[in-house]
Design a protein around this ligand. Structure first.
Ligand code: ADP
Ligand code: MG
Length: 265
């Protein structure tokens, strides 16, 4: 490659592309990105690409691990953040103790919906124990790399008062500065710059807090939310995915013969 590595993300991307002998069009085609996206990245007009974008670019350019790491290191740190997180790990999800059975179809459906940035609120509905929380965790795991600021799981089960939902979310996000006396404002301000998937688990406890979800979605353009709830929130932006009982017993060992006889398969 001619000359030393360029010092900005866009210039370095262009250099790597040219070294690979590709035009912008060819790279766009290989990476299944738009020509506009490649151009904006190279010009430096787009400075916060999705992790997925980086992945497909690295694959299309056949970058080594070192080249990819060095390229990512050139991305500007996001300045002016209202909040900094304590933990560098952008994924906070519970780890279930047992393997997940089935649910591929539902998980794929939910993931596909969330990949459409216009689907801002996905509500997994169904009776208690049907598997909404497990499915939400699975979906969030599957899609976690696609959110620059990661995925965050907020259990609302312990929250009795709907008024306390904003502070429960702020706490779960582990924002350590600006202990704002108005958690709702803090939440909206903090999430405004972020690209993040929130999982709000057990929303049926706090249905009156539905307006705060709507506020977040209105004022924070790159936040998407998965809610689990027995009933839908019935707000206009909502996409409901009903969760039906598994066709197989959740625990084959404990299933009685009677239960097994009910299984269609
Ligand atoms: N697909 C699944 N595979 C294995 N275990 C499951 C599955 N779905 C649910 N479970 C288990 O069943 C119980 C209830 O599931 P959960 O997701 O908490 O239901 P819900 O959130 O609808 O009340 C949990 O112990 C969970 O681990
Ligand atoms: Mg649950």
């Amino acid at each position: 490659m001619a000359g030393p590595p360029a010092e900005t993300f866009g210039a370095r991307l262009r250099q790597l592309r040219e070294a690979a002998g590709l035009t912008q069009e060819e790279l766009a085609e290989r990476a299944e990105l738009s020509l506009n996206a490649i151009g904006a990245l190279e010009r430096g007009d787009r400075r916060h690409p999705y992790p997925r974008t980086i992945r497909v670019l690295a694959a299309a350019l056949e970058l080594t691990e070192e080249e990819r790491t060095a390229l990512v290191a050139l991305l500007p740190k996001r300045a002016g953040r209202t909040f900094q997180r304590d933990s560098g790990d952008p994924v906070s999800l519970p780890t279930p103790a047992t393997p997940l059975l089935g649910r591929e179809r539902e998980a794929d459906e939910a993931t596909a919906l969330l990949r459409n940035a216009d689907v801002r609120l996905l509500t997994l509905t169904g009776p208690g124990g049907v598997g909404k929380t497990r499915l939400a965790i699975r979906v969030a795991m599957d899609i976690r790399d696609e959110f620059a600021d990661g995925v965050w799981f907020v259990s609302l089960a312990p929250v009795i008062d709907p008024e306390l939902v904003p502070s429960a979310i702020v706490q779960a996000l582990a924002w350590h500065e600006n202990v704002d006396p108005q958690p709702r404002d803090a939440l909206l301000r903090g999430l405004h710059e972020m690209e993040l998937l929130l999982v709000l688990d057990n929303f049926e406890h706090v249905v009156q807090a539905a307006p705060i979800v709507v506020d977040v979605l209105h004022s924070c353009p790159r936040i998407q939310i998965i809610v689990t709830s027995r009933l839908p929130l019935r707000v206009s932006v909502e996409q409901e995915v009903p969760v039906a009982p598994l066709a197989l017993p959740a625990n084959g060992v404990d299933a009685s013969l009677e239960d097994l006889a009910q299984v269609p398969a």
